[in-house]
Each structure stands twice: as structure tokens, then as C-alpha cells.
Design a protein around this ligand. Structure first.
Ligand code: FAD
Ligand code: SIN
Length: 533
């Protein structure tokens, strides 16, 4: 049966309502009609959960050169220096704009921004709103977007795939030079119908993919949808082996999703990592101790846990001023208190959890992907800023800088693009509703287990091969299910996560060295890497 669907047209289409999508929408709205699609509630996003803040150079003793150096060192030899320089020199302007849009970054009594420090930063340069910076940014941007009559936000609209020549019957493969994006097929979760939205230009701002692992700080919406869609459409995706595990998520024996994050800013204020026996251990691994770059800290914790057979390490804040703890981290303090831990008196049990994907849709300096009329910004993109390991709080920064640049470029280009009129409606002939949900839920659990056991903080050739073999079986099963089943978010998310797992494994297999977040017991640190283990 062919679904009868309406076709909607717009100038600018935005997929995702996190910091990247909203920033872009606010900027292009002066140049045409904007439709924003988002698969859950308007505010549900990784952005909403960001704690520590946004990195930017504000005043001396900090400088652009220092922030550039920290970013390059953290990226372990793989950053694109031109991109790093561009993003960081544009940082001040972009955070001022966020403040002008209504974000209330914390200030000191003298009116200066209250800057915090995080791992790998040589200076205090993190602007924040207590320990709920993302929540505050999302609130301010959504308020702006809702009051802009050129922006229409459709929540509970799940984008299934981008539309290219492939949907006009033209063969598209990796070598097709001019793949074009004409819009998307989107499942309207309120009606259950797949609609066609055609756009002159589209921004992918679908965020991360933490749910490909068992333990993640990411909310359940982070299933790598945009990256998987672009991969399926034969767009370029890169650097996917670099998965950042945040060193300190609250130990979560019940494996609830998501794992609660204990911000790096807690270590920035002086919190110290200790083994379960109470011993400090980070100095053994790096001279920056508990505030070393994230890949080093996560790997060190993983090593201590495996050596000692413990299930978590401690984060010790008991030597810090209790008033400062409550003032800076009210959200974290309240969460710990709710499970019987008083941060000022008790150690906090923490473990690493999948947190951020450094790779993604390859874009140029203007956010242009390899597919014509398709931009990408935020966590789903790969810009060259993070290299092999992202510096803390550089993600929100990257998202606003690239959303801004993509908006400038798209606004200029829009006059020369017309809507493709011959797109067929979504065809669901021969499909039916799934008989058993367990076919999806069990495969999802297996993907997450495979990725966590074999493609986590420490990898090996054997583990990667085993992961690929297992994943291939699940891939075949799910493609078969997809072909005969009416689309649902659960089915599409599983399909996307299988694609994401596959790309991570294949990228990891190709890297014949250890570097940054990709550590293999079979390879030494590559040339130019500063990592010692
Ligand atoms: P998101 O904010 O994740 O938004 C993605 C949007 O896309 C969502 O609206 C989602 O619903 C939508 N979407 C996804 N798929 C589809 C689909 N198929 N159809 C329709 N819509 C879809 N970074 C920092 O720089 N500083 C921090 O302090 C910090 N703290 C963090 C703390 C936590 C707990 C987490 C999880 C991340 C943190 N990060 C931090 C990382 C940072 O928050 C994210 O990288 C950033 O917010 C990503 O923004 P985004 O706009 O790219 O994506
Ligand atoms: C944190 O607050 O520790 C998260 C910061 C980040 O992921 O950049």
C-alpha cells in the first residue's frame, strides 16, 4: 500500500532542536521560511543536559593562542589547525551572542564572567550557568525561536531518511560526485504517517550517538540518526573511531539510561580521583593528574578497575569548601543527595561512560557536507576541531560557530536553489506492523553489549573482528525486518545504531595505531602522538 502523504515545501529545513539547529534557525530566519523537525519534545537534546559550560576566550591571562594550544594537544595530532584557529578566534563573538539572546551565564560580584576550568585547559575559560549550562542555553534559544514568526517547529516528527536522486530512480554510490539533498521523509508521530518535506537547503543537527553503548551520559534520543542517514545516502562520514568516554559518570549499578554525569568542572574545582581503596592514582598516568585530557583519565580509570577488579573509583570532594560545592553544583549535589551521598562529606562512586562522538558527517569550514544543499553542524558533524579527542566544553562552542557559518553560507546560496518537484511519496507497500517488539529490543541490547565489550575504551584487532562478525548478523536480521515492517522510531533507531556501530568498528579497524580516544593493545601511539599509554 502506498501511503497517501502531503508534501510540504520550505526554504530552510532544520533537523534537530539542540544548540546547533536552533542557532542556525535563528540566523537563517531573516532570509526565508524555516521548518524545524525534532523527534521528541522541543527541548529534548544532548544540549539540555550539558553541565560544565562553553569554552571561550574572554580576557587575560587567557589568550586565543593558549586555547588553540590546549585544543591541539588534546586532539593528539589529528586536529585541523586552520579549523582550530578559526573556531577559537570566533569564540568570543559567539558566546556574547548567546548572552544577547538571553543565556544567563554566571557572573562574579564585579560583573565579570565567573569562568571555570576543566580537564586539558591551561586557563579558566568555561562560561557556565551553575551546573546546568545546556538547560539554560536551550531555554534561551527555544524562547527566541518560538517568538520568530518565520520558524515553525514540528516536535515528535521523526526523520527517517534524506531524499536524494536515489529516490528518483538514479543510482547513487560513493563515487557519485553530485549527490543532492532535496528534503526528507519524516514520520509524523502524532498521525503515524510518513510525510515528504522538500527544502531548498537542509541542515543536519541531530546530535550524538551515545546509545550505541550500554552506559552513556546521552539521553535516549542520541542514536546517531543524522550520521546514519548521511552514510546511507553515500555522504562522507569520518573519524568515527574516536568515541569519547567521560571519566566520571555516577556509578549506576542498575544500568539506567542515561547515566548521570558528574561534571569535569567538579575536578576543575579540585575534586580528586581515588581508587576504591582510597589511593590517588592519576599522577601515575599524567602530570596534570585528575585534570588530564579525558582520554587519558578514562583509560587510567579503566586500567585501575581492571587491575584491582573494582566496579568503580571514587571522586573525592570532601576537602573542598561545602558552600562552594553547593553554589557551583546545585544540580549534581541534589542528585547525589537523592541517593544518600553528601558530596561535601562522602566520596562519589564514578565510572567512565560513552559521552561524545568526535567524528561524524564531514563538513568544510562553512558546514557544507559532501552532499549538495546539505549542511551539518554540532555533534553529528566532523569539522576537524576535535581531532582524536575533544577538549572539554569545546562542543557547544563548535556547534555555535558552525551553525553561524552554515547560516551565512546557506543564506547566500538560497537564491540559486529551487525545489525539486518530482519526488515520490513514501512507499510502504508490502509492509505491515511488527508482530513482536522483542525482535527490536533484543537486537538493540545486543548491539549495545557488543559495542561495550569489544569497541570500548580499550580495543584490539581480535575484539574488533569479533564485534564486526556479530554485528553483521544483527544487520542482516534488521534489514530484513525493515523491508517488511511499517517504520517506527524504535525500528529506525535500531537501524541507525547498527549503521553507527558498523562505521565505528570499520574506522577503528582501519587505524593501525593508538591515538587519542582510539586505544588498541595491538598498536603503539602513532607518530606525533603525545600519549604515553
Ligand atoms: P543535540 O543537542 O543532541 O540535538 C539533537 C537534536 O536532534 C534533538 O532535538 C533531537 O531530538 C533531534 N533529532 C535526532 N535525531 C532525529 C531524527 N531522526 N528526527 C528528528 N529529530 C532528530 N558539551 C560542552 O561543550 N560542554 C558541556 O558542558 C557539555 N556537557 C555535556 C553533558 C552531557 C550529560 C552530555 C550528554 C553532553 C555534554 N556536552 C557538553 C556535549 C554537548 O552537550 C553536545 O555535543 C551538544 O549539545 C550537541 O548539540 P547538537 O545541537 O549538535 O545536538
Ligand atoms: C562536563 O561538564 O564535564 C561535560 C563537559 C563536556 O562534555 O564538554
Amino acid at each position: 500500500m502506498k501511503t497517501e502523504s502531503k508534501q510540504i515545501q520550505t526554504d530552510f529545513l532544520v533537523i534537530g532542536s539542540g544548540i546547533a539547529g536552533l542557532t542556525y534557525a535563528l540566523k537563517v530566519a531573516d532570509h526565508g521560511k524555516v521548518i524545524m523537525l525534532t523527534k521528541d519534545n522541543e527541548d529534548e537534546s544532548n544540549t539540555k543536559y550539558a553541565q560544565g559550560g562553553i569554552a571561550a576566550v574572554i580576557h587575560e591571562p587567557d589568550s586565543y593562542e593558549k586555547h588553540i594550544k590546549d585544543t591541539l594537544e588534546c586532539g593528539d595530532g589529528l586536529c585541523d589547525e586552520a579549523v582550530v584557529r578559526m573556531v577559537i578566534t570566533e569564540s568570543t563573538e559567539r558566546v556574547i551572542e548567546l548572552a544577547e539572546w538571553g543565556t544567563k551565564f554566571d557572573k562574579m560580584p564585579d560583573g565579570e564572567y565567573d569562568l571555570a576550568k576543566e580537564g586539558g585547559h591551561s586557563e579558566k575559560r568555561i562560561l557556565h550557568y551553575k551546573d546546568k549550562t545546556g538547560f539554560e542555553i536551550e531555554r534561551a534559544l527555544l524562547e527566541q525561536a518560538r517568538s520568530n514568526s518565520n520558524i515553525i517547529i514540528h516536535d515528535h516528527f521523526f526523520v527517517v531518511d534524506i531524499i536524494t536522486q536515489h529516490h528518483l530512480g538514479v543510482e547513487v554510490n560513493k563515487n557519485t560526485p553530485d549527490v543532492k539533498c532535496f528534503g526528507v521523509y519524516v514520520l509524523n508521530l502524532k498521525t503515524g504517517k510518513v510525510e515528504t518535506i522538500l527544502a531548498k537547503t537542509t541542515l543536519m543537527a541531530t546530535g550524538g550517538a551515545g546509545n550505541v553503548y550500554e552506559n552513556t551520559t546521552n539521553p535516549v534520543i542520541a542514536t546517531g540518526d543524522g550520521i546514519a542517514m548521511v552514510y546511507r545516502a553515500k555522504g562522507r562520514v569520518e573519524n568515527m573511531e574516536f568515541i569519547q568516554f567521560h571519566p566520571t559518570s555516577l556509578y549506576n549499578a542498575a544500568a539506567k539510561r542515561p547515566s548521570f554525569l558528574i561534571s569535569e568542572a567538579v575536578r576543575g574545582l579540585g575534586g580528586l580521583l581515588r581508587t576504591k581503596n582510597g589511593k590517588e592514582f592519576m599522577q601515575k598516568y599524567d602530570k596534570q593528574g585528575s585534570l588530564a585530557p579525558r582520554d587519558i583519565v578514562a583509560r587510567a580509570i579503566d586500567n585501575e578497575l581492571k587491575t584491582l577488579g573494582h566496579e568503580h573509583v571514587w571522586l573525592d570532594c570532601t576537602h573542598l569548601d561545602p558552600d562552594e560545592i553547593v553554589k557551583h553544583f546545585p544540580n549534581i549535589y541534589a542528585k547525589c543527595k537523592s541517593i544518600g551521598i553528601d558530596m561535601a562529606k562522602d566520596f562519589i562512586p564514578v565510572v567512565p561512560a560513552a559521552h561524545y562522538i568526535c567524528g561524524g558527517i564531514k563538513v568544510d569550514m562553512w558546514g557544507r557536507s559532501s552532499i549538495e544543499n546539505l549542511y551539518a553542524a554540532g555533534e553529528c558533524s566532523s569539522t576537524g576541531l576535535h581531532g582524536a579527542n575533544r577538549l572539554a566544553s569545546n562542543s557547544l562552542l563548535e556547534a555555535v560557530v558552525y551553525a553561524h557559518r552554515a547560516a551565512l553560507d546557506a543564506s547566500k546560496a538560497i537564491g540559486n536553489i529551487s525545489i525539486e518537484g518530482n519526488i515520490p511519496d513514501w512507499n510502504d507497500s508490502g509492509t505491515s506492523y511488527p508482530e513482536e517488539m522483542v525482535l527490536i529490543t533484543q537486537n538493540l541490547r545486543e548491539v549495545q553489549q557488543i559495542m561495550s565489550s569489544y569497541v570500548g575504551i580499550v580495543r584490539s584487532d581480535l575484539r574488533l573482528k569479533r564485534a564486526l562478525d556479530r554485528l553483521n548478523i544483527i544487520y542482516q536480521e534488521n534489514e530484513d525486518l525493515y523491508d517488511r515492517t511499517t517504520v517506527s522510531p524504535q525500528l529506525c533507531e535500531l537501524r541507525n545504531l547498527i549503521n553507527i556501530g558498523y562505521i565505528i568498528i570499520r574506522s577503528a579497524m582501519k587505524r593501525k595505531e593508538s591515538r587519542g580516544l582510539h586505544y588498541s593493545v595491538d598498536y603503539k601511539p602513532g607518530e606525533g602522538s603525545s600519549r604515553k599509554f
